[in-house]
Design a protein around this ligand. Structure first.
Ligand code: THU
Length: 159
């Protein structure tokens, strides 16, 4: 038996002003996207902004339903909209921001496992890294690719 460790890498910013201008604009877009949240059950408003490599920005917000599993997370709303409407344009950067009862959470938003798996699939499809930015009021984390958010990704073609 060999014990192994996995290390993940990401950048952490104390405020949005420390970020690249393009990323600052995407963070603002993710915050704006929260306005589209339909979340009467959780009161948790999540916004996503997805930059495509042609410069298009797709917005997403979580959509809930009284039949709970029928809802969808903000980031999947954005990724599926991009996949459906821009199937041949690679996804460059996905930004996610969550607010609880209208107040931006201190800790950065953290996507659920299902969303991470969807990110992984689109990243694999496009053969280019999908960058991910998770926004909180106290810190912002930037991941250079999905692998760092989902080590040991389910992928039948990987050993
Ligand atoms: N949610 C998202 O939209 N994205 C995340 O990364 C985490 C959770 C949504 C799902 C549900 O509508 C609400 O937040 C509470 O879990």
């Amino acid at each position: 038996m060999i014990e192994k460790k996995i290390t993940i890498c990401y950048e952490e910013f104390a405020s949005v002003e420390e970020m690249l201008l393009q990323d600052q604009k995407l963070v603002a877009a993710a915050l704006e996207a929260q306005k589209g949240s339909y979340s009467p059950y959780s009161r948790f408003q999540v916004g996503a902004a997805l930059l495509l490599e042609d410069g298009t920005v797709i917005m997403g917000a979580n959509q809930e339903n009284i039949a709970y599993p029928s809802g969808l997370c903000a980031e999947r709303v954005a990724m599926f909209a991009a996949g459906a409407n821009y199937p041949d344009v690679a996804m460059d950067t996905l930004v996610i921001a969550g607010s609880d009862h209208g107040v931006l959470c201190e800790a950065p938003a953290s996507p659920c496992g299902a969303c991470r798996q969807v990110m992984a699939e689109y990243q694999k499809k496009q053969k280019k890294p999908l960058k991910v930015i998770l926004v909180g009021s106290k810190c912002i984390r930037k991941f250079a690719c999905v692998d760092d958010l989902l080590p040991l990704i389910f992928d039948s073609l990987k050993v």
